[in-house]
Design a protein around this ligand. Structure first.
Ligand SMILES: *Cc1c(COP(=O)(O)O)cnc(C)c1O
Length: 338
């Protein structure tokens, strides 16, 4: 596997640290918990989309783009990192935000990631929940082409075979890091949404014959749909890498029991997980993805899913800025309106 064949622009701080979570491990009574800090990728407070954008932006520039277009939910971390990448590369950026939650309070609609989208100079437009966001982006791109611009459309979450290369690269990085530390990783757990992170990890870990199983904790779709999305993208990513079809359905596992009422809607487990990790480790998770991912990990630990002596790595995918969009969820705001 030679990733250097693919155009890439460095945007992030890598390798990201792989650290033990000693107090959390003790608090939960094992397994041995580790954290891979992809919240520390550096670009505009970091997160997992930076790895994907290194390959996506290189492709955009190779194709002569002058503006990036992407989409996400109102508090999209992907949108924020895309706006920052565009700023760094001197490209314009237009973001379409979908109202997936119906929350109308100004913290949610204007603070957190939305504030940063604007700080990075992106223009922002909004669409109602349930809109066909890919079609909406294509329509905006068509209009821009008519006006002489050269748009490059990045799918939601940056999840296509080009973006997923970022997590093939992360798989390689993690395996090297663990072997340097003499660490046998028994399980890799992370929050899965638009599927590119898990697809890239699975493709990379299978291609490396690492034997490390990946467990995605879903934040939106039900399990059959999430697993089908990840598998399809992992297969396309292997093909893009020029590798044989080594990824099988058994390599793709998602647990979607921790979504709660829906994407971006807080759950009790998420709130507890965010508070616990903040208090035990001094690490901030986020309300939409890593908080629900950690809630799933904690619940599975309590159910004996992992051996006490196993080493379980939680991939922290970032998103802490989203906390500022959800002050009420943590019972910390004076106005507990929602
Ligand atoms: C986008 C995102 C994820 C999910 O990654 P996908 O590649 O979309 O599955 C997880 N955590 C955070 C913080 C994210 O922003």
């Amino acid at each position: 596997m030679n990733l250097a064949r693919f155009p890439r622009i460095r945007l992030g701080h890598m390798p990201t640290p792989l650290e033990p979570m000693e107090r959390l491990t003790k608090h939960l009574g094992g397994p041995k918990l580790w954290i891979k800090r992809d919240d520390c990728t550096g670009l505009s407070t970091g997160g997992n989309k930076t790895r994907k954008l290194e390959f996506l932006c290189a492709d955009a520039i190779a194709k002569g783009a002058d503006i990036l277009i992407t989409q996400g939910a109102t508090q999209s971390n992907h949108a924020r990192q895309t706006a920052a990448a565009a700023a760094k590369l001197g490209l314009a950026c237009h973001i379409l935000l979908e109202d997936r939650t119906g929350y109308a309070d100004p913290a949610y609609t204007e603070s957190g990631n939305v504030l940063m989208d604007r700080l990075h100079g992106a223009s922002v437009s909004r669409r109602p929940g349930g809109a066909d966001m890919q079609a909406e982006m294509e329509a905006v791109a068509e209009e821009m082409r008519g006006a002489g611009r050269k748009p490059y459309v990045i799918p939601g979450g940056g999840s296509n075979p080009v973006g997923a290369l970022g997590y093939v690269n992360a798989a390689q990085e993690l395996v090297t890091q663990a072997s340097d530390m003499g660490l046998r990783i028994d399980h890799l757990v992370h929050a899965t949404g638009s599927a590119g992170t898990q697809a890239g990890l699975v493709a990379g870990l299978v291609a490396l014959n690492s034997g490390i199983p990946v467990l995605g904790i879903g934040v939106r779709a039900p399990k059959p749909k999430q697993e089908a999305n990840v598998l399809a993208l992992a297969e396309r990513t292997m093909a893009h890498l020029g590798l044989p079809a080594l990824v099988k359905a058994e390599h793709v596992v998602a647990n979607c029991d921790y979504v709660g009422q829906g994407y971006g809607i807080p759950t009790e487990g998420m709130v507890e997980a965010v508070k616990l990790v903040a208090e035990q480790e001094g690490i901030l998770l986020d309300p939409v993805y890593s908080g629900k991912g950690m809630a799933g990990l904690i619940d599975l630990i309590s159910k004996g899913f992992f051996g006490k002596d196993q080493n379980v790595v939680f991939l922290h995918t970032g998103g802490q800025v989203g906390l500022f969009g959800y002050p009420q969820a943590f019972g910390l705001a004076a106005d507990a309106a929602r």
